[in-house]
Design a protein. Structure first.
Length: 577
């Protein structure tokens, strides 16, 4: 069935207005060994800043300093000329990046101030930190005279640039680390400069390793103590050369494989790179089997979207668990395929197990999906939301009690039932949570928290030990605050690092995607308004399956205007996970 169903507006925003940055290579040549990447891709037109002019006023020096940080290609050599000799060499613009929508002219005499509006910031790694605190939005520049010329005596250790400049020269990319067990890759979002600096910046971020605040969330198999060269040249065949210095120690074949997977998944984002080589000192790294040219397509078995995850769609039909077969739905072979009184269901990432919440919401059952077995009553509660699964076989539940949300994690095995482990998730536990998601890689929990002013989308990072057991969760941080009175009707994964949220407007439905780090700009961000009234979303972190919207009668592919009729009584549709 094909029809136009009131698609009012579709907007794919490749890089929206944001801010922030990453650790910028401020010195050293950009080596081009037959680059296949267009040399100016994403870098914008060239900007050559003017150095200080003789007799310039203090105000002109401060304005010139801020303008000089917009040099393209990126460098801060000219900006340092506006600084007093006492700080010119110690000023560190790599410590932080601040972006702004607008700024006031410099004001004052011997101490000048500039006030930024719409300012946001990133740390030295390129991790988005959100809005710049208001007390830091006014920059102070004490001035001093040297040889009769005004110079800046103290300056913030930051690259300070307009958002418009930043947007044309930086892109949000993923740096891939592993979970604490080394079983699955976990993407960490950063902003890095595009064009010829892209590969170099990504490699430098991998080698730097994960930040300390992600202890227990991710780990790296790139040995600590290594440093990357000033550039990553790419030859005419698309082979990138990664040169590292330092002592890696003795690496096992398994560790080399995982190290290679981190580089492969990270570098596949760079246009023109087909494969890469890694040299540590004078040692050429080889994968087990003897190859030293590693394809960026390698390491698929560590896919954060789940290597064994299929694209099947599951749901309920009159309370029985069913699987989509063509355009019809058939009962699964396991015991939950018989008619039951269930209101929601979720299938494990490897399609071994199905979990289902009873109509009352007071209990959750688990049973094998496609084989004979017994139904286990695993969780009891007050009002259980639709559960979620991770690649470790962990089942996640959230109970909406009178005292607020209670989050639990249960490892599901063929052995005796394991008791649920209640997890304290600051910012989620005890709150009025209307829906939640858990990443298949097991590293993130996203929740829609309802407040008196509106809904807030938050994310918490999940901590594990080296056996995969959940040991804690970080305090939730905000992904998005919705307008006063705005309500989120449904959530779904859009990619491993983005979620889709459904809002019902007066006579239309709005579907938007949000980056899990809360950054307002992200590649392929989706925002669309659908004329039909939608009731749910059907999404997956995998890139090869569509995002669907669900209305009372149709399953709607949001990548086009194609809808398919839904059989009556089909509810709780979802991919695995």
């Amino acid at each position: 069935m094909r029809r136009t169903f009131g698609l009012v507006a579709v907007v794919l925003v490749s890089l929206l207005g944001l801010t922030a940055c990453f650790s910028i290579p401020m010195s050293g040549p950009v080596v081009d060994a037959g680059q296949t990447v267009p040399p100016n891709q994403g870098e914008g037109y060239s900007i050559v800043p003017r150095p200080p002019l003789p007799g310039a006023s203090a105000s002109d020096i401060v304005a010139g300093f801020l303008d000089a940080m917009q040099a393209t290609p990126i460098q801060t050599k000219v900006a340092r000329e506006f600084l007093a000799s006492s700080i010119a060499s110690s000023w560190n613009p790599e410590h932080e990046t601040i972006t702004y929508a607008d700024k006031t002219p410099p004001r004052g005499d011997r101490t000048l101030t500039v006030t930024l509006s719409g300012a946001e910031h990133l740390d030295e790694r390129g991790t988005w930190l959100g809005a710049l605190p208001e007390q830091r939005s006014t920059l102070t520049f004490p001035m001093v005279k040297e040889k009769g010329e005004w110079r800046i005596q103290t300056a913030p250790n930051a690259l300070i640039v307009p958002q418009s400049w930043f947007q044309t020269r930086f892109a949000q990319q993923s740096i891939y680390f592993f979970d604490p067990t080394g079983r699955v890759l976990v993407p960490e979002l950063v902003f890095v400069p595009t064009g010829t600096q892209l590969a170099t910046s990504l490699v430098q971020d991998i080698v730097a390793g994960p930040p300390r605040d992600l202890d227990g969330v991710v780990r790296s198999f790139v040995p600590s103590g290594l440093s990357a060269g000033l550039s990553v040249p790419i030859d005419a065949d698309g082979v990138a050369q990664i040169d590292l210095t330092g002592d890696p120690g003795q690496l096992s074949d398994h560790e080399i494989t995982l190290l290679g997977a981190q580089f492969a998944w990270t570098l596949r984002q760079v246009p023109g790179i087909e494969s890469f080589q890694v040299t540590i000192g004078d040692r050429q790294l080889q994968l087990p089997g003897g190859t030293d040219v590693i394809s960026v397509a390698s390491g698929q078995q560590y896919d954060p979207a789940g290597y064994t995850a299929g694209g099947q769609i599951y749901g309920l039909d009159k309370g029985a668990v069913v699987v989509r077969d063509g355009r019809s739905f058939t009962p699964v072979q396991g015991p939950l395929g018989a008619e039951h009184a269930y209101r929601s269901t979720a299938v494990s990432v490897g399609s071994e197990w199905a979990a289902a919440v009873t109509l009352s919401g007071h209990s959750l059952d688990v049973a094998p999906l496609d084989t004979d077995g017994t139904v286990r009553r695993l969780v009891s509660g007050s009002s259980l939301l639709t559960p979620a699964w991770d690649v470790f076989g962990g089942l996640w539940t959230l109970d909406r009690t009178h005292a607020g949300a209670v989050v639990s994690w249960t490892p599901v095995t063929d052995k005796a039932a394991t008791k649920p482990v209640v997890l304290d998730v600051p910012g989620v536990t005890g709150e009025d949570v209307r829906s939640f998601l858990v990443a298949r890689d097991g590293s993130r929990l996203v929740a829609d928290v309802r407040g008196s002013a509106g809904d807030t989308l938050v994310v918490s990072r999940i901590q594990r030990d080296d056996r995969g057991n959940v040991i804690g969760a970080t305090g939730a941080t905000t992904i998005s605050d919705f307008a006063v009175g705005a309500r989120v009707e449904a959530l779904a994964w859009y990619s491993p690092t983005a979620v889709a949220a459904l809002q019902q407007l007066s006579d239309t439905s709005l579907v938007r995607t949000y980056s899990v780090d809360g950054a307002a700009s992200a590649a392929s961000r989706l925002s669309l308004t659908v004329g039909d009234r939608l009731t749910a979303l059907l999404g997956s972190p995998a890139s090869n399956v569509p995002l669907y919207a669900i209305s009372d009668d149709d399953l709607i592919d949001l990548s086009g205007d194609v809808s398919q009729p839904l059989p009556k009584n089909i509810t709780s549709l979802g991919y695995v996970g």
